[in-house]
Write a protein that binds this ligand. Structure first.
Ligand code: GLA
Length: 401
């Protein structure tokens, strides 16, 4: 009997000492990640310049915080098994880089993999989880993206739990980003482990196509969007669905970038820019720093938007916001421009998941156009507008006259 009580006490105690760091991502994380634009070509100068550009471009002021180095920063493990940064690419070391990023008022993120190797063939964390977590804490890391390559035979939930516990034991609060591509339904078990989890394979800078790489495929914006179906019930403050880092500024047309960004805002997705922040066009900056779109993404209610209707390549998405407000996004996926007449009175909205509802016959709202940045009337009358091909009309509705 004594033994059993002891065992239960022990289990309870370990439970207390191994958990995720709560409250680090009450709204979707915002930042930049090196992968989409730079792949394995990362070095400390790029990272410093990116931190500088995040401030000078106005992105920091708009809410972006994390500077995350993705794959290939690694050197070898030392004799004791501790990971070291690549000596030529990161000659000043990770602590100095973290200090620089912190001195700009930003936060520092890094990448590893649950398997024996990263996707880029660098040392993975398997068998070194506690050592790696100790190093990250020592360096001043604030965010860890943890990938899923070379994990043959591993149990996903178990592997991510191990790193969660290692991070917690190391003692430095670190946002934990699960990059498992949705293979093992991380939305079903990720909430207690991490702050965000990838829901799909990798994104590619194309609005409406798939790129075949032989053994795997990367997905354009609309393909990723379609894979989010049914997942919103799993997301909320501190545990977000992650439809991958953004491709804004990486070669799509401006309207496509705007649509991509708007949809990531509607999805309450993490907003991780993936472009070259030191070389942005005016349009790219305008998209990435649109405060009204970002406010929809960062709304404190933390409810992921939902598709209300889809017909002839026109989708209408709604997202409940705090204080009874709503975001609405008309997404035109077709190659032609569309004329819309939307009679609000005929469309009562009732979101069972969030328990938010609005009936425009009873409650009229002021309408604000998020991209035109101006009021465009009220829901008392039908709205009439055009939506260009691969573009959006994104609106914010506020109850009142
Ligand atoms: C995987 C991830 C990407 C990126 C690369 C790095 O493909 O899904 O986001 O981290 O690995 O090799």
């Amino acid at each position: 009997m004594k033994k059993i009580i002891l065992l239960i006490a022990l289990l309870l105690a370990t439970g207390l000492y191994s958990q995720k760091f709560d409250g680090l991502a009450l709204t979707p994380p915002m930042g930049w990640n090196s992968w989409n634009k730079f792949g394995c070509d990362v070095n400390e100068q790029l990272i410093r310049e990116t931190a500088d550009a995040m401030v000078s471009s106005g992105m920091k002021a708009a809410g972006y915080q994390y500077i995350v180095i993705d794959d290939c920063w690694h050197g070898e493990r030392d004799k004791l098994g501790f990971i070291q940064p690549h000596p030529e690419r990161f000659p000043s070391g990770m602590k100095a880089l973290a200090d620089y990023i912190h001195s700009k008022g930003l936060k520092f993120g890094i990448y590893s993999d649950a398997g024996w190797k990263t996707c880029g063939g660098k040392p993975g964390s398997r068998g070194h989880e506690y050592q790696d977590a100790m190093k990250y804490a020592e360096w001043g890391v604030d965010y860890l993206k943890y990938d899923w390559c070379h994990t043959e035979g591993l149990n996903a939930e178990g592997a991510y739990l191990t790193m969660r516990d290692a991070l917690f034991a190391a003692g430095r609060p670190i946002v934990f980003s699960l990059c498992e591509w949705g293979n093992n339904k991380p939305w079903e078990w990720g909430k207690k482990i991490g702050h965000l989890w990838r829901t799909t394979g990798d994104i590619t800078a194309c609005f409406d196509c798939v790129v075949d790489h032989g053994t795997w495929k990367s997905l354009g914006v609309t393909y990723i969007l379609d894979l989010q179906k049914g997942l919103r019930v799993h997301a909320g403050p501190d545990h977000w669905n992650d439809p991958d880092m953004m491709e804004v500024g990486n070669g799509m047309a401006v309207n496509e970038d705007r649509a991509h960004f708007s949809m990531w805002c509607m999805l309450a997705a993490p907003l991780m820019a993936g472009n070259d922040l030191s070389n942005m066009t005016k349009e790219t900056i305008e998209i990435l720093t649109n405060q009204e779109a970002i406010a929809i993404n960062q709304d404190s209610l933390g409810v992921q938007g939902f598709i209300y209707s889809a017909k002839d390549s026109l989708e209408i998405w709604f997202k409940p916001l705090s204080k009874g407000e709503w975001a609405v996004c008309f997404l035109n996926r077709s190659p032609e421009m569309k004329e819309i007449i939307f009679e609000w009175n005929k469309h009562p909205i009732n979101d069972e998941f969030s328990k938010c509802a609005i009936n425009f016959e009873k409650t009229s709202c002021k309408i604000r156009d998020v991209w035109m940045k101006k009021e465009i009337g009220s829901t008392k009358k039908a709205s009439r507008f055009q939506v260009g091909s691969h573009d959006v009309k994104m609106l914010r509705l506020k109850p009142g006259k």
